[in-house]
Design a protein around this ligand. Sequence first.
Ligand code: ARG
Length: 555
Amino acid sequence: MIQQIKQQLKERVIAHFQLENLNVVVEEPKRGTADLAIPLFALVKQLSKPMPVVLEEVKKAIESYDMVSEIQFLNGFLNISINRAVFAKTVVDQVLEEQALFGNQQTEQTVCIDYSAPNIAKSFSIGHLRSTMIGNALKNIYQKLGYRVVGINHLGDWGTQFGKMIVAYKKWGNRADIEQNPIVELQKLYVKFHDEVVNDPTLEDQARAVFKALEDGDAEMLELWRYFRDESLKEFMSMYDLLGVSFDSYDGESFYNDKMAAVADELEQKGLLVEDDGAMIVRIDPLPPALIKRRDGATLYITRDLAALLYRYKTYRFDKVLYVVGNEQKLHFDQLKSVSKLMGYDLDIHHVNFGLVMQDGKKMSTRGGRVVKLYDVIKEAISSASQAIFDKNPNLQNQAAVAKAVGIGAVIFNDLKNDRNLDIEFNLENMLAFEGQTGPYLQYSSVRIASILKNQTLTNDYPVDSYTSDLPFELIKQLSGFEDALLKAAELNGPHVISRYLLQLAQTFNQFYGQYKIITEDEALKQANLHLIQAVRIVLNEGMRLLGMIALDEM
Ligand code: ARG
């Protein structure tokens, strides 16, 4: 809303001077009591008119605008106070009608978001969980801003490790065990392979030969590979189900098997592919070269990513592509960008990187030597939430569903509350607290509003005079900032912008709740309060939805 007002002010000044190219700046001053300010020096310069004249003219241009209540000149600035009543009414009405604040923007743009991307036959790591949650939030945010979003799960389902898996399976594997516990059993086979290769180095050659056969389309090898893939995918799907996450495409690395030759050809044609000790590489100084084909002809991770990038560009015609992958793959994505540039593509590629997950000061991935099964960790969050909720409200209906929403919401919010570049601390007790910077705090704030509204009827009309006092007006200003938060979150590919915004909104609401009697005898005032808190709840809930959390009516 503030943006719209700024825009209006600019347009009015420009129209007044009838100078289309006039550069009018409207700021939000950090200090003082004014809501907006127009610095006049720059206009004096551009217009070559004396300050008092410019001052009078600008004043004339904007004083009839109903959003403006007071204009004061100070130290070269025209300080503007917004007409609180008009502003408040507009904002609250808009939110209640779920209008502009909720981005009826339509861009014609497409964004591809590559996220989650776990590796078949390996466990879903905590890094994949971060990627899943950040990617899912970005998907929701871009969608809300009117983008066409293609969410892609670039599964790690191809590569030399599958040669090893198949060799190990044929020697030591057992189908029944795998069906019981696919990822654990497949991972065991992988470990066994590496243990045995010490005694029998020919295993490596066998594995290479098997992967070669797989790449060449050998039916038996493909059958086995597909079986591992299906079994692993089942387990990943139960994780996505739990988190409420879905994808538009599950085209993983294997999907590009038949599309890599064309990429190699194109590199060749463009004179970029050079031989190096039997392997094929692309030089991208000063970065280390990109290895496109090994000496034995096998392709690599980057070869598949290059094929994927070009395929996505041709298929979806994206305007930008995001890769939500940890910091440790920075070099890989720098190489990808460099190679595509050398090939003559001008693509807007973003590596949406993120930090580690720490537990008790250590990188979280193993616990007492065991690999942490994330599914169990999330289940643990849900059961802790369930306990906390039962202690607070033993008579609650739908306890299981609420515990699930709170437990998962806590994990999600803990992940998304800070700049994604930072490492995060995984501490169930802290993230499940009902106070502080947590998911449950947001959910609880929304529930608090729901319970106040429960037996009340909102009339169509409500007075806005009470909104002009400082605290309610602060709340309204924050409501009006939702759209800016959305735009900023997309600009930075940072869901934390929404998280911080929601925490602030919840805090201001709780302050309001502490200082004002919402259900008052004064019917008109009560209606004003109810409409205001209803608007707060709509924005809180919508913000939580964007982050991937579930808002509740009771908890
Ligand atoms: N499967 C990879 C890993 O676990 C992540 C893939 C990310 N996406 C991509 N297009 N490279 O490390």
